[in-house]
Design a binder for this molecule. Structure first.
Ligand SMILES: *[C@@H]1O[C@H](CO)[C@@H](O)[C@H](O)[C@H]1NC(C)=O
Ligand SMILES: *[C@@H]1O[C@H](CO)[C@@H](O)[C@H](O)[C@H]1NC(C)=O
Ligand SMILES: *[C@@H]1O[C@H](CO)[C@@H](O)[C@H](O)[C@H]1NC(C)=O
Ligand SMILES: *[C@@H]1O[C@H](CO)[C@@H](O)[C@H](O)[C@H]1NC(C)=O
Ligand SMILES: *[C@@H]1O[C@H](CO)[C@@H](O)[C@H](O)[C@H]1NC(C)=O
Length: 203
């Protein structure tokens, strides 16, 4: 299930890396962004905050939820939690916010049936994204989920990053539901700077 934690972000990265993507930012009056897929474009992506909270400690407990800066460019994300009873019905409600004098209304929002995706793996985009992520985690299996859920030293390889967003600070809020009831949140903030090399070359 922890793969879903990054699907929303990584799906955007994948799309932007492979195609010319036009994204309508829904809540901001529908302005358009365009991303190029030039492979030598450089971007900076840094996790800046990671907050976890269980709303039902008889279903899920967190032991660890932490960022670790190992260099100026690289911040690793770690999470350790336990699902206390076997769960066969998981969904993820995710929203992305952009920070500007506090976080503005959400930009993108979506809900995913996690168990269904893990079983069918029938979405080629999400499947590719899942493959990027699974080496950092123990989530590579179908539902049910029970016991330790680990994300270890996860970082996004810069060469894979193409977010269809402008430079800025973002929050990806993820609310996890069991049987349609909210159980816990994992909220990840990150800073994103697009096309740094290209900007430098132009100057
Ligand atoms: C909390 O988790 C327990 C154990 O899984 C479950 O029986 C209960 O319905 C959950 N409560 C809520 C409000 O989701
Ligand atoms: C996760 O936390 C549990 C409980 O504190 C601990 O026993 C376990 O070793 C931790 N696992 C990892 C991979 O850090
Ligand atoms: C993930 O699971 C699938 C199916 O069990 C397996 O084919 C694949 O090699 C696994 N990948 C990793 C990185 O463990
Ligand atoms: C996660 O973000 C959402 C959206 O801003 C917020 O409602 C929720 O309280 C946050 N959860 C935590 C644990 O900070
Ligand atoms: C998950 O549980 C909810 C609430 O019990 C139910 O409405 C929904 O159909 C279930 N989803 C699946 C895929 O079983």
């Amino acid at each position: 299930m922890w793969s879903k934690l990054l699907f929303v972000v990584l799906f955007g990265i994948y799309l932007a890396a492979n195609f010319e993507v036009n994204v309508n930012i829904i809540s901001s009056g529908g302005f358009r962004l365009k991303c190029s897929n030039t492979p030598q474009d450089a971007v900076v992506f840094r996790f800046t905050n990671f907050v976890c909270k269980s709303y039902n400690t008889s279903a899920f407990v967190f032991h660890n939820c932490r960022l670790k800066a190992v260099s100026r460019e690289r911040v690793l994300l770690n999470m350790n939690g336990t699902v206390l009873h076997s769960i066969n019905n998981v969904s993820l409600h995710a929203k992305i916010f952009k920070r500007a004098n506090g976080f503005q209304p959400w930009l993108l929002e979506g809900t995913v049936d996690v168990c269904r995706f893990l079983q069918k793996r029938n979405n080629p985009f999400i499947r590719i994204v899942f493959n990027l992520f699974q080496e950092f985690s123990n989530i590579n299996h179908t539902c049910p989920y029970v016991g330790p859920q680990i994300v270890k030293d996860f970082y996004l390889k810069p060469e894979l990053l193409r977010l269809p967003f402008p430079t800025g600070d973002y929050l990806l809020s993820m609310q996890w539901l069991f049987y349609n009831r909210p159980q816990f949140d994992t909220n990840v903030s990150f800073a994103y700077v697009e096309d740094l090399l290209v900007l430098k070359k132009k100057n």
